[in-house]
Design a binder for this molecule. Structure first.
Ligand SMILES: [Zn+2]
Length: 210
């Protein structure tokens, strides 16, 4: 395996452990990927059903643009691998990260009927790529969840084209997807969006209690 794959695999492991300890990828949930080569497209991705707090670099799977393992082991890549590949193709992303936090799960259901949720006026928005001011309205689309990953990948691709400015999206009662030009930027986007989702969720909860 190339040095680049090994470097990316260790980056994915460190990110997975970090997210696990923040409670964003508990119980084997969530998945992480990064592009190793563009031509032909090759990704490193987390395997299916593995505890992200105990993930090892040698468990990361090397796949092609159809989600087939290139390394000769028998482990399966994450079931959500078709979504990662489509996001990479649609956005030219270098890394795609998916979390199952409490706040993204709750808000993706609360705002599902609106088709998405708007996040506006927060300083933390400036952590999203290309944004220079808090005076921005970030639209986070919400898509219905499905176990048919190929159909869901088509839905995601359509939605990404309809929302070319979006930095991420939610799957209903499921979690957050975001991406970046590289793993560092994608990780930053998870942190920013998770922070903003928790802020919105807590604000809504407080306004109900009062
Ligand atoms: Zn998931």
């Amino acid at each position: 395996m190339s040095d680049k794959f090994a470097q990316i695999a260790s980056g994915l492991v460190a990110t997975a452990a970090d997210f696990y300890f923040r409670g964003w990828v508990l119980g084997t949930s969530g998945n992480l990927s990064a592009v190793v080569e563009r031509e032909p497209l090759r990704l490193a991705i987390t395997p299916s059903g593995v505890d992200k707090g105990a993930l090892q670099a040698d468990q990361i799977i090397f796949i092609d643009d159809r989600g087939r393992g290139i390394s000769d082991d028998r482990r399966r890549p994450s079931d959500e691998c078709p979504l990662h590949i489509r996001i990479v193709k649609e956005r030219g992303a270098g890394a795609v990260l998916h979390t199952h936090s409490v706040w993204s799960t709750m808000l993706s259901n609360l705002y599902f009927e609106d088709g998405g949720l708007a996040i506006e006026g927060y300083e933390m928005l400036k952590g999203l790529a290309g944004l220079k001011t808090h005076e921005h309205r970030e639209w986070l689309p919400i898509l219905e969840n499905s176990q048919d990953m190929l159909a869901l990948a088509d839905l995601v691709a359509d939605n990404l084209r309809q929302n070319p400015e979006a930095h991420g999206f939610l799957l209903r009662r499921h979690g957050l997807y975001t991406w970046g030009k590289d793993l560092a930027q994608a990780k930053r986007h998870v942190e920013i969006l998770e922070f903003l989702l928790e802020t919105l969720g807590r604000t809504r909860l407080n306004s109900r209690i009062r």
